[in-house]
Ligand binder design. Sequence first.
Ligand SMILES: [Zn+2]
Length: 340
Amino acid sequence: MAGDDATMSRFSAAPERYPWHEALWSALSRQFDQLPHALLLQGRPGLGKHDFAVQLAQALLCERPRNAMACGACHGCHLFQVGTHPDLSGIGLLDDARNIVVDQIRALGDFLSLRPHTARRKVVIISPAEAMNLNAANSLLKLLEEPPLGSMLLLVTSHPARLPATIRSRCVRLLFRHPTPVVGWTWLEARPQTGDNPAQLLNFAGGSPLLAESLAREEFPQVRAQLLQDLAALAQSREHPVTCAARWKDMGTARILGWLYGFANDLIKLGLGAPDPALMNKEAVTFDKDQRNKYKISELYDFIDAIVENYRQLNSPLDELLILEDILIRWVRLSRLQSN
Ligand SMILES: [Zn+2]
């Protein structure tokens, strides 16, 4: 494979197909022979966009693809699986770099200017595309404006708003959505190490199954305990929302908002006298009992509205820290309102 050694492993060996991608695969397979020269794969983190791009790249380089799926047996598939396909180029972040730089995109121009070696086309994956700095993006724009014959560019991003509009407008968008909860839980349940409450885990991951899976392997119980502890401290004025927001930001704003949404919903269910706490995600059940009984249902609904509104802002240039501060200040106000 052409491209950077450091990122090679991220672009070879297509992983499993996820059930929540099925609709996208069927749509693609219907027009597999007339795909546009550039696709923008966009959606929240943890939905498997990068894996989708890798699978699509293999299908595009396969000698006998069926239903947009690589055969897994031809010469092209073999080269792909061992990570040496000469017609595939993967552009990503190098080591500790913060940006994809112009030299990487220029090298791409050279790569695309030559005819394909063995496949019918050349395929490029740029992931995460929003990491391109301005020079890199401008350089890519030239390629998108006059795409070399037989080239196919797959741009992957969780933050499309950070890409120049000129780039976005020259790609056909492929939108990745969250799976329904049932599809997400079912997939999670079948994974090792995801514990006994996939609903809780998925909730914490903001509905993204892959994020939920990585959380299960990593720090989910500790992070959750920390969040509950912080919410109690904020409610009792033992902690300041600004300090707290700075700490939470590193845990990922989207997943925190997703978790808070479930937490506030649980508080409402408890306030309404939910018959069986086992039916809930149990987030709020473990929250300070004296405290949780004080919240008014109508105020909690307002809080949930604010969470949803802030979640929508995540794709805008608005700072994630400001979003978290806003939510935590609301939480403190809500908590004080109840204790007066
Ligand atoms: Zn094949």
